[in-house]
Design a binder for this molecule. Sequence first.
Ligand code: SF4
Ligand code: SF4
Ligand code: SF4
Length: 294
Amino acid sequence: MEYTVSPEEVKRVKGMGFLQDKRYPDVFNARVITRNGKLTAAQHRVIAEACERFGSGEVTMTVRLTLEIQGVKYENIQPLVDFLAEHGLSTGGTGKRVRPVVSCKGTTCQYGLIDTFALSEKMHKRFYEEMRGVALPHKFKIAVGGCPNNCVKPDLNDLGVIGQRIPTVYLEKCRGCKKCRVEAACPIKVAHLDGGKVVIDPAACNHCGRCRNQCPFSAVADYVSGYKVYIGGRWGKKVAQGRALSRIFTTEDEVMAVTEKAIELFRTQGIDGERFADTVARLGFENVERMLIS
Ligand code: SF4
Ligand code: SF4
Ligand code: SF4
């Protein structure tokens, strides 16, 4: 039997993570939250079973690391929600609120400078799960990236975090080697010899840390690990490049605190329908930064 689902009901189930298949009036795709894109084998099995019992037997992946169970008939929505809940899984991830946090695999990636899975899971719990009831002017996307390679595009999210490793140069130890290993290791050619000493332009260095352990004389030896936070990025119909806050944060707690402030600023000062990028542009980046960092 084919149901006719009212527009109000389509909107309600969309809020639950069920997006209507445009080809049918009563078929939906269920967005399953994966926290940071990491699932156990048991969770995969549950989703596969749910897909066969309540959907068309197909799963698609979204660009933001969630899974969509395809072809869920309207009458199967609640049974699917209940089945997933029995196994600790849920649907959602839509609407004018904080969206599920995405992460690159910085925890295991050879270039990763921070534990992206741990931080993104922490952010997901605090800002997605615990703030599900908090309505915002628009959606708010968060991404956590392990290094300046930007695979997960943190600077194109409303708020993005990037792992950092900031080198300290001890000029007195630099011997002006014929072939500078630090220079050779720098992938963006920022480190170079000038007048027989290594020079790293702090404004151009992206803090990737790839020059670590390269200098045999410890001229570039100490590194500060931290987190760069971008605000006001956006991808899609209207692209906005996020801007980095001037401070590099050194603890996860600081990142959590500044993220909480940014969301609260958006909630209280954003105009309904505008993205955070517009709020930042309207209030002025420097003013927003002052409010977030002070
Ligand atoms: S952003 Fe860096 S840490 Fe993350 S996956 Fe890409 S290269 Fe690896
Ligand atoms: S930074 Fe190290 S490797 Fe490079 S020139 Fe100086 S001493 Fe040699
Ligand atoms: S931290 Fe990265 S960008 Fe900066 S000097 Fe070292 S290798 Fe180059």
